[in-house]
Design a protein around this ligand. Structure first.
Ligand SMILES: Nc1ncnc2c1ncn2[C@@H]1O[C@H](COP(=O)(O)OP(=O)(O)OP(=O)(O)O)[C@@H](O)[C@H]1O
Length: 255
């Protein structure tokens, strides 16, 4: 059974150089981004996440919402093990499938076919599992003869097609998704949405970061709202999407 538990997790990005202090003065009251603070060594830093407590159980479909720079992507990266927090504890059980940072685990000099193998290994598939899926992944990507060419020759949309086809071919236990993955030409996106729905249905846990209320409503029932790196609401999706409901739903955290 998959599960996620975060206890008092904080992530800071130190700002180096002489401009750090003046930057602190200039963006201290910005409507976007994390708070500007000081770390344990008194360096100016961006507090991307601060004291985050979260519990997610098997079967939950959770939306991550919040303004630009609120900390959604940082939280996804913490859950994927890409960032190790400076403070707090992260416990994720289940095989994690990160469907964001689309270029992660891809090699520009290698062919599309070799990148299917590389990325498949990165996602935890065995060589045998990859060989069984390679034809289906190639067909879904519709890249044809381009799959024999180095992927540095692909357009951004062609790379997205390939990454999407590979990532959605695994059986995820914890699926981490950013809406940015859903960018592409209209015909591909129609096909991609259907594949995504089947992929999400196979997952034990879904965490989806998005600014699109309609996308969130189609996939999630619970939402977490981040503001300047802090968790300010946790509850049923429709309640959390109403800004006035934040204090009322935050009480769920202590349950
Ligand atoms: N690698 C980094 N170095 C320095 N600061 C960073 C880094 N990554 C994120 N930040 C900062 O951390 C804060 C949170 O960023 P994050 O990307 O998590 O926000 P987000 O909620 O995903 O935003 P958006 O909706 O715009 O994608 C921002 O203030 C950002 O400037």
């Amino acid at each position: 059974m998959s599960s996620i538990r975060l206890d008092r997790v904080s992530v800071q990005f130190p700002l180096y150089g002489g401009s750090a202090r003046s930057l602190r003065n200039r963006i201290v009251s910005s409507a976007t981004g994390g708070r500007i603070g000081s770390d344990a060594r008194s360096r100016t830093c961006i507090e991307a996440l601060r004291d985050i407590d979260i519990r997610i159980a098997h079967g939950e479909r959770v939306a991550l919402v919040g303004h630009n720079g609120a900390g959604k992507t940082t939280l996804l990266r913490v859950l994927a093990g890409i960032y190790v927090p400076q403070a707090g504890r992260v416990a994720v059980s289940g095989k994690v499938a990160p469907l964001f940072d689309i270029g992660l685990g891809m090699d520009g000099e290698a062919s599309g076919y070799d990148n299917i193998r590389l990325r498949g290994l990165y996602l935890g598939l065995s060589r045998r599992e990859i060989e069984c899926r390679i034809d289906e992944i190639a067909a879904f990507s519709e890249l044809g003869g381009f799959l024999d060419m180095p992927i540095r020759t692909y357009s951004a949309g062609m790379q997205t097609r390939l990454s999407f086809a590979i990532c959605t071919s695994v059986d995820p236990e914890v699926l981490l998704l950013d809406e940015g993955i859903l960018a592409g030409d209209a015909a591909f996106m129609e096909k991609a949405q259907a594949r995504l729905a089947a992929f999400v249905a196979r997952a034990g846990i879904l965490v989806l970061a998005s600014h699109s209320d309609s996308l969130l409503a189609s996939l999630c029932s619970r939402a977490l709202r981040l503001e300047h790196g802090r968790l300010v609401a946790d509850g049923p999706l429709q309640q959390v999407l109403q800004p006035s409901a934040h204090p009322a739903v935050l009480g769920r955290l202590s349950a």
